[in-house]
Design a protein around this ligand. Sequence first.
Ligand SMILES: NC(=O)c1ccc[n+]([C@@H]2O[C@H](COP(=O)([O-])OP(=O)(O)OC[C@H]3O[C@@H](n4cnc5c(N)ncnc54)[C@H](OP(=O)(O)O)[C@@H]3O)[C@@H](O)[C@H]2O)c1
Length: 274
Amino acid sequence: MQWTAKDSVAVVTGASSGIGKCLTQLLADRGCHVMAIARRADRIREWSASLGCTDFGGVTPLAGDITDHDVRSTVRSMIETHHNGRLDLLVNNAGIGGIGKFADATPERLRQIMEVNFFAPVELTRILLPSLHRGSSAVICNVSSVLGHRAVPDKSEYCASKFAIHGWSDSLRAELAADGIQVTLVSPSTTKSEFFDSLIETDPKTTSRSMGHWSPQRVAAKAYHAICNRRSEVILSLGGKALVYTDRLAPSLMNKILAQRPAKTDDSSNSVDQ
Ligand SMILES: NC(=O)c1ccc[n+]([C@@H]2O[C@H](COP(=O)([O-])OP(=O)(O)OC[C@H]3O[C@@H](n4cnc5c(N)ncnc54)[C@H](OP(=O)(O)O)[C@@H]3O)[C@@H](O)[C@H]2O)c1
């Protein structure tokens, strides 16, 4: 059975920019009622006002930090109040990163990245599970990364957070299968968004190079397709697939390639994908 946006109720985190914004717009355009969460909700308000889709779907902005328990409880209360406690789609998309060697980082970088990329989506899912059970062919879409399949140097905290969400998604999918709730893991490669403007504890001179990048619109369209088809897992981009499948076939070769990358210098740093 397919998932359909029309008249569905969705929660999307990280909807003020990038992939989350594009996916929210796509869902609302197709008649979905989206509760869109980010700290900068004023931004969501600005662009959603011009969507003009209130007769069909619509966007309800919610300002808040998803690492805050009270914010997550507010999401649940709003679903109870406005949608009879029913939720058809939860998109755990909000995320942050940081670049630099593990040895040079403070424990705070790890803590912050794990809080936003792992603990917050897990706890948001926990609190919304009863509503998802009331949804129709409900889907939990976790936006991970190709780096949740193959870790690379200088992004150890980010990779750890994406591996964690990957492992948890696989486990949860099996647990919820009998209840008809699908868990869809979407793993983009480098995407041209504001992600690289908000890296934490990262040398400002660091640039992130990659083998090409996708637009957030293209990533959102693929994520939407995966949700509608209730896919278990999608790895986006040829570069991303090359990284992941080469690693699966020849992990020692990939270890050698990644270990040979040049040491960080003043004017260069990174990187393969995000
Ligand atoms: N860009 C890439 O190359 C790339 C590649 C693979 C995977 N991804 C993943 O894709 C997802 C979306 O990233 P993006 O590329 O679209 O980056 P982005 O444009 O920086 O968007 C990140 C979103 O997360 C929100 N956010 C961050 N911390 C939050 C918090 N504590 N509470 C609530 N919202 C928070 C931000 O909103 P506010 O700042 O307004 O709160 C923003 O809307 C992330 O999970 C990222 O790891 C990105």
